[in-house]
Design a protein around this ligand. Sequence first.
Ligand SMILES: [Zn+2]
Length: 305
Amino acid sequence: MIRNPIPWPNGAKCAVAFTFDVDADSTAHINWLDQVDDHVASVSLMRYGPEIGVPRLIDMFDAAEVPLTFFVPGWVAENYPETMRMMIESGAEIGHHGYLHDDPNKQTPEAERETVVRGIEILESFTGKKPVGYRSPTHANSRHTLDLLVEYGFLYESSLLGDDIPYEMDNGKGRVVEIPCAHGLDDWPNYMVWRDFNYFMSPKAPSDAYRLYKDEFDAAYRYGGMWMSVWHPLVSGRLARAHWIGELVEYMKGHEGVWFCTLEEMAAHVRALQASGEWTPRIDRQPWYKMPHPAIRDRLPKVAE
Ligand SMILES: [Zn+2]
């Protein structure tokens, strides 16, 4: 099923990385500006992430001896220093996730650059090392994002959806490993229902979401792929959902040859395979298009020269 299968370490059949985006109430400040104090219930839900969800998840994964990767907006690190300390002490990897969960496609190129730099500086001030991984808020990578990641020396990016296994993105000046996401492994579509966020669906029973996550794992295990959650402590950290995450971890651990890793470890493995000549990943050269394409140029609004 996978044409160019990646050899996982020690002959493992698949890689598994549990990643959580600790958004907390960062987006509240972008969405509601000076009205945040009037969205008390929504902010209480968002604060559940760093205050209740993260400690619970750390305890669970610590007991299971499974590593975690957290993506943290700079603003969240500044405003929840105790949660930051807990995550760092647990040994989890801390990745870059913007500052105020800003959407790069709604920023000027200068503002996007400032956000990248600010996020690096804040995370480094807590961890003592520059983050090597980046996940774009709301998967909203702009045409400038890859250039910035190359320029600031990121090892990997994890927001795109272009493959089942890691690949390399090349902008002509450098490369960044892409560790791709899958919508089946996001928790918002399964669980979120809340008027303020414009989610009006019925939440799934955690045992049903478990089946979805398990199916993704079974395929990754069978075909030599990877399984990576894109979860949120404010969504998946709730009691019954966390319980079913525990069931999932047990199910995975019941299989021989599952490599549980952080994303930094996965990206470093991709680079080591290339250095040894053992495996060559797919190279995705970007940008994909020279814009505007001649076929659509005539349809664009005319701009006075
Ligand atoms: Zn996020």
